[in-house]
Every structure is written in C-alpha cells, then in structure tokens.
Ligand binder design. Sequence first.
Ligand code: SF4
Length: 408
Amino acid sequence: MHRRHLSPVLLLGAGTGEATCGILYLAGYLRRNGIEAFVRLYDGDDSQEEVTRSLEALVARVRPRLVGISLKWFHHVHRALLLARTLRQIDPSIRIVVGGNTASYWWRELSAYDCIDHIVLGDGELPLLALCQGEPSPPNCVTRAADGTPKRLPLTYVQGATNSEDVYYSHFNDIFLSHQDRHAFSGWVAPGKGCGENCLYCGGARGNQKAAFGRAKPFLRSEESVRRDHQEISPRTWQLRYDFSGSSAEFLQSTWAGVDLSRHSCTYFLWGVARIELIDALAQTFERVHMVLDIGCFSEQQRHEQMRRGLLKPCASDRELFELIDRCRRHPNLDIEISGIAGLPFASAATLEEEVRLVERVIRLDCVVGYQRLEAQPGALATEHPARFDMVTEARTFTEFLEYSSSA
Ligand code: SF4
C-alpha cells in the first residue's frame, strides 16, 4: 500500500536563541531520505504575539505537514507547549512532534497535551523519518494502550558507533530559511554522544541516558561521518565548537583531513585532564582556540569528596590543572577558561576559602573564570533526593519545572 509522505517538515528549537544542533543533523538525514526538511535555527520571539506572528509567517511559507520541536533542555518546556499550542491554532492539520532529552524524560506528562501528536524518545533520526513516511509503528515513539493510556515500549533504535554512519551534516544550502538563520549557526559538531558519568546535578547522567536513550555508555561516531560534518560546515562558519570529552587528537585530526581550518576559531569544552596532544593539535589546526575546562568545583577538597563518592565526573586536581595551564600558555593562540559550579554539596567555610584562593590564582594567570550557580536538572540525583545532600530543591515534579520554566 502506498503511504503519503508527510513533507515538507519544519524543525524548531523549543527555546529562544540558537536551537540545538540536533535539528540540523535531523534535517540533513530527512533530506537524504527524500523528505523536504527545513530548520528555523534562530528564534528571537519574546512575546506570545511575536511567536504567533513568526509561526504564521513560517507556516505560510513552508506549508509544513509536520513540525518537529526539539525539547532538549528543561527550561524550555513551557515554551515548547506555547509553540505547539500556537501551531495547532494556526493550522490544526499539521502533525506536531516533540523530541529530545526533556521530552524523553517527561513523555508521560507531555502525552496529556492534545497539541502534541507524537513524542519521540531517545535518538530521533529513524523515528522521525518513519513518522514522515507514515509508518504505522514508528520506532521509539510513545504509543497508547486500548484505554488511551500512554505507553512506552522498549527503545528499538539506539545509535552507537556502528549504526550511526548515516547521521551527519548535509544540505546546508537548502535547509535554512534565511541568511540570518544560516549565520546563527555557531559551529557545533558532535564527535560522539552519550555520557557514562554520574554527576549528581545532571539530568543527562549515565542512569538517565540509559532510561531515556537506551545508552549507558558514550560512543564516538565514525571518523567518516564527523569528517563529513567538517566538510559541510567549514566553508559556512568561522568557528567550530565541540563539547564531548571522549575524542582524542588522533580522532579529530583524521576528521579534519582535507579541510583548511587555519583561519577558523575553535571553542573546546571538556572535563578531566586534557591530553597535551589534544591541546597541541587544536592550537596547530585553528587560528584561535578557546578551551573551557570544567573542574566541577573550585575547592579541591570538595571536588575530591564528590569524586570519591561517585557523584562527580573525574576532574583534574589542582596540580594537574596548573600543569595544564602552563602547557596551554606556550600556545599564543590558545586561551583557557576554567569553569566550576557554586553550591555543590559538602561545602564548608574551609572549602569556600579554598575556592576563593583557587579562583584568584587562576585569574592571576590570565585565565577566564566561569563560575555558575548549581542548577539541578529533572531526574538528577540532587533533584530527586536533595535531603541526602542536606539540600532543598525549588522544583522536582513536571508541574514545578513547568512553572519554573514559565519565568525562564
Ligand atoms: S555533567 Fe557529568 S553526567 Fe552530565 S553530561 Fe557532563 S560529565 Fe556527564
């Protein structure tokens, strides 16, 4: 039986600003499989009126049969629902799909909203394509029991090192709807996916990844697919950005092959102790490098206490940190930012003093300091069991996070 494709497709981020790069990977994948996909990468709408006006214009221009809303971050849940409701009012025939980490985590609660037709759980490429192709049982989608209760079947599509070669950037000349939108792309590349750590404040930690994406361990994508990303984007952006700690100098060098990045900037986020080879490779490849090293917490004592209890990823000791800074300073085109979180458990007057001392020392070495307030995410250990750490949380349930995100 011939099934009619749902095409064109429009992909949006749930929040304002630049959407997650996941919608670019999805759009390329859909295009390579015969679906005319577009993205709106940058969303600057503040008020309900602005949201309505710009969605009306987008719908009139693209005439999408399906709109996918990327709901990765929990701050955006209120706005994701606003977008879905507005789209439903503009054109009730458009199929509305949400996906991403937060959508996967709150699938049951989101199923109660009639402005959402489908919720994609975990990795989205194949499920979204199956929805567009009218498959009666698309993988990784929330289904309903006979009495209408939402049901979550085991995930059958889980990306890993050997089945993700078909996920890569392409069609950058076709998927953007304006030059402004195209130039909003800030160069994100994902060399891998997932995380095997267990930071107590993180909703993307090992256990949650396993539950939401079916993946307990991170994986590196194939060199060929990451190389394709670089080939597609390097003529179209002045910077590349990476936020995945599992890749090495050898891996990245092989994926940069054939691409001239000598006039590009690079921002590299990582935790743990950066390998010297990686630092040298970045400095030799790019014109400028900004390296952001996450050390968890500026107090070494507090950092080690959390690591000892398995509540924080492996982070550099102070000695390792200063060796690294020293090594980085040999590269005049590389600067370094040290970031940590304020408000983690096991703090005391002594650890606070330690934090101040380390921050001052790092600043004296001309490094940037990034010091963020603790934000415990849905499903994180600190959110679910704050009393274990002598803490309280402002939000734990969907309703509480929804209220929190309505003011975000
Ligand atoms: S914060 Fe920790 S658990 Fe979360 S993604 Fe980063 S390393 Fe993994």
